[in-house]
Write a protein that binds this ligand. Structure first.
Ligand code: AMP
Ligand code: MG
Length: 317
């Protein structure tokens, strides 16, 4: 840890990739852009680096990390007994916001998986992350670059604001294009199961896997499955539609409570992209309550509802 905030460097420069590799090889952590959210990255082969992720995030070690790879071709090194449908999914959706849980190979250390014999893997769809990964001959474990339970970062500045003193540098890759964490799919059981909703939908998965997704509730193994997560400092309340949200905001303001409405329901992609930045902005502007409209529909809309409902979970602490 240092007294200085980490430097933000241009992820498109070769020199920035080289500096990042040097830091990672010295067991340091860096902020890395992906299309979903910014990741807090360590080399998968660096046990000290992996341990640092849990310390810096203040994340329980029972919440395993997603392993990011340079391409589908790397999959065989890190996972074993891969079902054909899982390969089909990787080939089709990678690089992209789909994380697949598989049996791990012995390249994956216990610290990454919390001792499980399974590992969560994805190939991020971001040119900076892919360039870095392609030069590593290793994987990168990278949960979202924020403290556990808090709002995910979708810009390099968000990463510095949250973790600036604990990391070596942040590769700037602009604002994240998707803005919401990946869909997580468990492919280690008799039936495939979505553990976390994301941009890749159940229907898309079923079409490529040629299997039905098990819709029963899984055990809360993904941190995003905890009842409360993704929470800003302000209180989040949800509304079913715009009119309800505005009424609630007026009631709150009349009672002397600073309130704001969050509603991009007419543009779901923009809603996902802006969601976390807006929650952060509300905190910066001393908003006490954000009234967020729940978008209708599946895919990203479902993922947004999931994040908002968890941000709104009642045990505000
Ligand atoms: P994130 O919080 O974005 O880092 O998402 C990673 C999530 O994937 C965590 O919440 C984990 O609980 C879940 N996950 C990662 N690895 C595994 C695994 N081997 N088995 C089950 N879930 C996993
Ligand atoms: Mg996270």
């Amino acid at each position: 840890m240092s007294n200085h905030d980490a430097e933000i460097i241009d992820g498109n420069l070769d020199s920035s990739i080289l500096r990042s590799i040097e830091c990672l090889k010295n067991d340091q952590l860096i902020g890395m852009p992906t299309e979903t959210v910014y990741g807090l990255a360590a080399l998968a082969s660096s046990t000290p680096g992996v341990k640092k992720i849990f310390e810096v995030k203040q994340r329980p070690t029972s919440h395993p990390l997603i392993l990011h790879l340079a391409g589908f071709e790397e999959l065989d090194k890190w996972a074993i007994e891969i079902p054909k449908y899982a390969k089909d999914l990787g080939k089709h959706f990678w690089p992209g916001p789909l994380t697949i849980i598989l049996q791990r190979s012995n390249l994956v250390c216990d610290e990454i998986t919390g001792g499980r014999n399974t590992v969560a893997i994805r190939v991020p769809n971001h040119s900076v992350a892919l360039r870095l990964l392609s030069k590593l001959n290793d994987g990168l474990v990278a949960p979202s670059a924020n403290r556990f339970g808090k709002v995910s970062p979708t810009s390099a500045h968000h990463v510095v604001a949250d973790l600036g003193s604990d990391i070596a540098l942040v590769l700037d890759g602009g604002h994240c294009a998707v803005g919401i964490e990946s869909t997580i799919l468990d492919c280690t059981r008799a039936q495939i199961q979505i553990l976390r909703a994301g941009a890749i939908t159940k229907n898309e998965i079923e079409e490529i896997a040629k299997l039905n997704v098990d819709e029963s509730d899984g055990e809360a193994r993904a941190s995003g499955m905890l009842e409360k997560h993704y929470a800003p400092n302000c209180k989040v309340v949800v509304a079913e539609n715009s009119a309800q949200a505005v009424t609630r905001q007026i009631e709150l303001e009349n009672a002397g409570v600073r309130a704001a409405v969050l509603d991009f329901c007419d543009n779901i992609n923009l809603y996902a992209k802006q969601l976390y930045a807006e929650l952060r902005l509300a905190d910066a502007n001393d908003i006490a309550v954000v009234v967020a409209v729940l978008p209708a529909g599946n895919g990203l809309a479902e993922a947004i509802r999931d994040r908002l409902t968890k941000a709104a979970a009642s045990d505000q602490s």
